[in-house]
Structure formats: structure tokens, C-alpha cells
Design a protein around this ligand. Sequence first.
Ligand code: ATP
Ligand code: MG
Length: 420
Amino acid sequence: MLTQAPRGTRDVLPTDSYRWQYVEDKMRHAAAEAGYREVRTPVFEHTELFLRGVGDTTDIVQKEMYTFKDKGDRSITLKPEGTAGAARAFLESNLYADPLPCKMYYLDAPIFRYEAPQSGRLREHHQFGLECFGAQDATADAELILLAYKLLSSLGVKNLSVNINSIGCPECRPKYHAMLKEFLSGRLDQMCPTCQSRFDRNPLRVLDCKEHKCQELVKDAPSMLDVLCDDCKAHFAQLQECLKASGIPYQVDSRIVRGLDYYTKTVFELITTTKDGNLTVCGGGRYDHLVNQLGGPDLPAVGFGMGIERVLMLLDSEGVVIPEPAWYDVFVTYMGENKLSAFTLVQQLRNEGLKADMDHCGRSLKAQFKYANKTGAAITATLGDDEVANGVVKLKHMQTREERTVPRAEVADAVRDMIK
Ligand code: ATP
Ligand code: MG
């Protein structure tokens, strides 16, 4: 127990964190390029926020939340998704009074869902998410889809398919609900228990059921796209014009509805095929009424969430090699009584902007070199009695074997010169 992490959680170890950092850098860069600035919100929120925001008929709220009472008897929930917290922060700080849109992203936001752990499905995972508040135009939706697509492609994810749909608005959706319910009513007894319970409260979700049996039964269901109101229709057309103009391949899939209640108009998913089947890496859409539902002004918004573990998993399975940075530029080795001299040299090198270290474990000189080699340090800097007496350092390039003896004051420059 003591040395075992809870089921569905994973450590990111020092041996692995460079892979995360590599992906994070690209994500930050992609977000900044489109004017998104970072937001950080708490890991937990009042449970009420998710009941209102995510919707109490969703799987997340009904089955997956980590909810508990704190010592003050308040109901608290660990974030099961990123949008509600971002919207809450946006409202609480009156960011809607600033020039809009307000574009924000979060990176590595821990997300907690009590799901059955399996490949690509954890109980704690991390998301890169973008939210754009106050933009009604489909150019904002298209820009997000494009950003996700370009980011994933540039990381090396292949076989990406972009699937889009429109699920309408409170004006046109009720009509579709009625049509869909009529279609489903004759088939309901053959569907899974979850779908049967969805029928009354959230019939749209039936389209999205992962059970094969249910998928077959809804194959010929009427399409929301046929009953969109003029406004939603025009919006969806504009989205497609933008996507076409930017030349990314996409597909309209009227079965995509997404698992959260707050979506309106655009919904989208970026899916890849792996050897174990389809994997959704990124999901998002428009949520024009969430801000209002949370007590704020009626303000349109659109966003997406991308699972970082899933991105890393895909890069792994595609065989994408992420270069591991060397721990050190230079490793200081020393002989005999010169430990203090080595220590001050390490500090000097660090002060001059180099990644530097020395042995801290009482190793022999030979073992120090062996260790330096293991760390991938490009250069070793050796201090023996002669070097210390003469105020010089002996540098050696670990790969080319080039050696130089340089005055102590010039070591950093010499190291830089040898590395390049
Ligand atoms: P799925 O259909 O796979 O359950 P979802 O619709 O529940 O996904 P979202 O709520 O849209 O997912 O979350 C956005 C992204 O976060 C997903 O596309 C996926 O990459 C990732 N994700 C969601 N749930 C998990 C999980 N349990 N473990 C790891 N990553 C996840
Ligand atoms: Mg899910």
C-alpha cells in the first residue's frame, strides 16, 4: 500500500519528465501564437459549480466525480473538467468588462474522474485546454480546431481525423429532441440500461453511447443538422468555410454530441486510429450559455480540452523520439584534497549559465568519469593538485576526446566553445 500509487494515477518521474516538458513547450507556444494567455485555477471547486456547469445528467456528474465534505462541511469536488473552473474565474474577476474576446489556456491541469482505469483512461489525467470567452463568430471555433490539428501534427501524431458537428441551440434543439425521442422510443428496450436512463433526461447522449449494440440501433437516427435554425446553420457553414480555406481535412459526423451539457452549436473531436482502435485526443465545442448559467452575462464562448497523457501515448506508439537533454553541460571531477576547489568551480560555472555538477558520493576519480559519462555531460573539467596550484582547469570533450587546459577564469567560455 505504502509504496503503491492509487489505482488510475501515474507518476511522472525525473527520467520521463523531459517528454512532458517537450510537449508542454509546444503547447504553450501554439497557445501564445493565437493570443491565448495562461490561467491557473484551483484543483477543487464547490461541487455546485459542476452540477450547474457540467450538467447533472452527464456521466461525469452522475458517476465520475471525486466529491467530499471538507472540515467546514462544504461539498467540494476535484476538477472533473477544465471549462467550469475557467468560466468561474472569468466571472469572479469580472474579466467580461475587459475588451473581448478573453482568450485563456491552461496546461497540465489535473482532472479527476472516477473511471475504470485502462489504457489511455486514468482517474487523474492532465489536460491542455483553451477557452475563448466573448467570441460569437465561427472563426473562433475554426481557429481552435486548426490550432489543435497543427499542434498534434507538428508533434508527430499521424492519422488524425477532425470530426465536427453542430448540436444547435435552445431554439432548434427541442425540436430535434422530440424527433430523436420518437425515433428511439421503438428501439429503447433493446438499448443498454444507461441509454434507457438517458432517454428522458438527455436523449442526445444516446447517439454517443460506446456500446456497439446501441451504435447499431441509432445508425439511421435523424440528424440534428437537418433541423438547425437559420442562425445555427449559418454558423456551421461559416465554420466549414474557414476549415476549407485553411486546407485541413475534416469530416462532418452528426453522431458527435460530447459528454457535457453545456455545448451549443459547434462540437468537435480529434481522433486517431491506433492498433487498439480509435482514440480521442482532443474534444471541444461552443458553450454559448454556460457563462449565463453560472450567473454572468449572456456571453458566447468556445474551447477545447486535450489529454496530455493521450498525446504522449500516441507519440510513443508512433515511435516519435523526443530527444533527452543532457543533465549537464559540464561535470567537474577532482582528485585528492581538491573537493572545495571543485565545489567553488561548479558554482562559478552555474553562475555563468552552464548546467554543472560534481560528485557528491565520495567516488574515486575513475568512478567520477564513469558517472559523468552516464549523465551525458558533454565536457568534464578536472582539478588535480597541479591544476589547482596553477589556477587552471583541464577540460575534456567526452565524445571527441579533445582536451584543453585553460585558466580558471575562462572555463565557461572554453566549455561553450568546445560544445559548439
Ligand atoms: P472519452 O470519450 O475518451 O471518455 P471525454 O469525452 O470524456 O473522452 P473530454 O471530457 O472531452 O473527454 O476531455 C478532453 C480530453 O481529455 C479527451 O479528448 C482525452 O484526450 C482526455 N481524457 C478524458 N478522459 C480521460 C481519462 N480518463 N484519462 C486520460 N485522458 C482523458
Ligand atoms: Mg469520458
